[in-house]
Design a protein around this ligand. Structure first.
Ligand SMILES: [Zn+2]
Length: 108
């Protein structure tokens, strides 16, 4: 199974596109597709049509759409958007900031 350096609940900054520069929390990581869902990033409007015979109102719903992980950077608490490195800590592999070397723990 492919793994990604960006996990759920990470804070990331968008590097490309209309939402460039925006920061948000990762709502969902989808390693199979190499994409993440970032809060308030790449919002798309979806028209919800009312079905005939039903009393539901048609309208527009907004929701996030997935963005490729290569288009976002993990935000280090010390130095901002950064690339992710790794180091071994006992039996576990931890993520570290490539700029300042501080650990970037996965938030539960
Ligand atoms: Zn750092």
């Amino acid at each position: 199974m492919p793994s990604m350096d960006i996990h759920r609940n990470d804070t990331v900054q968008v590097l490309t596109g209309a939402d460039r520069g925006k920061r948000g929390r990762v709502l969902r990581a989808i390693p199979d597709k190499g994409t993440v869902l970032v809060e308030h990033v790449r919002m798309v409007k979806k028209t919800v049509s009312s079905k005939t015979g039903q009393r539901t109102q048609g309208g527009i719903a907004e929701h996030e759409s997935p963005i490729n992980v290569s288009n976002v950077a993990l935000v280090c608490p010390n130095c901002g958007p950064t690339r992710v490195g790794h180091k071994k800590q006992g039996d576990t592999r931890v993520r570290v900031c490539k700029k300042c070397g501080s650990e970037l723990p996965t938030k539960k």
